[in-house]
Design a protein around this ligand. Structure first.
Ligand code: SD4
Length: 329
């Protein structure tokens, strides 16, 4: 913060015009960001599969008026996509040849639900929403989550690998590298954050996780605050990339809290990525991770460790695929 801004803030505090709780709002105003600078409604999703997901979310919002329905139905498009190797039951399996799924959903009022290490459920995001709405819990794991899906009348899918996933898995078995190596092909979680015209936010995140991970491994995507965080007072963020590094910095929560302190979505994503880099300096060349964020005013931002990350932005005028900026070139 510049000295001048510090001075203005102190003056406002001393005159009682600024109470500490309204700091973020005041900071935004000091930065010249009014309430009408962005787009409402707005959907931002990770990667190019976000384009189709955004489109569905947009339609849902116009039909139902529910931002939560919109972010759920949006990512269901990717979960159901036969060609997706990184989201849903057609995704890459773990080292034992088993596909296990992670998902989370959160509303701007603080309600949230998630499932992790769950098998044979085509729409883990819907299961996560059912955990949120129909149980007193936030997170269900593994067989318990699958049993809950059955009790909710959700279909249980056959456990056969998609031919393409199986081919890759058999190839991987030849070398069986212990550590999953993150690269552009195997880290395409879909995370979506959305804002309606009234300033209500919601987010969703769903993935088959790292390809050929250890059996039982859970990433950031189903962990509230790591893979996803939403707060109607501020904004929403979601993450993609190597989950272990994102969990270690409470990534999505960090992005939202930085926005609460007055950062724009872009500044918040950049600062969170830099924090993640500082904590993982020894092997940063092997780590890809990125964040997308929106704030209540309808501004968005995105940032990644390395080039190659892209994200999809839907507002009333367009649905665009945008290359994210990154720390390293
Ligand atoms: C995870 N973050 O399980 C997920 C993987 C991912 O794009 O792809 N993200 O760590």
């Amino acid at each position: 913060m510049t000295t001048r801004r510090k001075f203005i803030k102190q003056s406002l505090l001393s005159t009682g015009l600024l109470i500490p709780g309204s700091t973020a709002l005041a900071e935004n105003k000091l930065r010249g960001r009014g309430v009408k600078t962005g787009n409402k409604p707005l959907f931002v999703s990770t990667w190019d599969h976000g384009l189709a997901a955004n489109e569905k979310a947009w339609t849902m919002l116009s039909e139902t008026g529910s931002i939560l329905d919109a972010v759920e139905e949006g990512v269901k498009v990717t979960e159901a996509d036969l060609s997706s190797r990184t989201v849903g039951i057609y995704g890459y399996p773990d080292r034992e040849g088993i596909v296990t799924l992670d998902a989370s959903i959160m509303s701007g009022t603080g309600d949230c639900g998630s499932v992790c290490f769950v098998r044979q459920v085509k729409h883990p995001i819907t299961l996560a929403r059912k955990v949120m709405e129909n149980t007193p819990h936030v997170m269900l794991a593994g067989e318990g989550a699958r049993q809950f899906a059955i009790s909710e009348g959700m279909p249980i899918e056959e456990e056969t690998l998609h031919p393409e996933s199986e081919k890759e898995y058999l190839k991987w078995l030849e070398e069986q590298e212990y550590r999953p190596i993150i690269n552009i092909e195997n880290h395409d979680t879909i995370g979506m954050v959305g804002l309606d015209a009234n300033g209500n936010l919601a987010g969703s995140c769903t993935t088959s996780g790292l390809a050929f991970k250890m059996h039982g491994r859970v990433g950031d995507s189903p962990i509230i605050g790591a893979g996803l965080y939403v707060d109607n007072e501020v904004g929403a963020a979601t993450a993609t990339g190597m989950g272990e590094t994102i969990i270690k910095v409470c990534g999505s929560f960090l992005v939202v809290e930085l926005m609460r302190q007055g950062r724009s979505p872009q500044e918040a994503c950049e600062e969170a990525v830099n924090r993640l880099i500082r904590k993982n300096q020894e092997n940063i060349e092997d780590i890809q991770a990125g964040f997308i964020a929106i704030n209540k005013e309808g501004e968005h931002g995105a940032y990644a460790v390395h080039p190659g990350f892209n994200f999809s932005v839907r507002h009333d005028k367009a649905n665009d695929l945008i290359d994210s900026k990154s720390e390293f070139q």
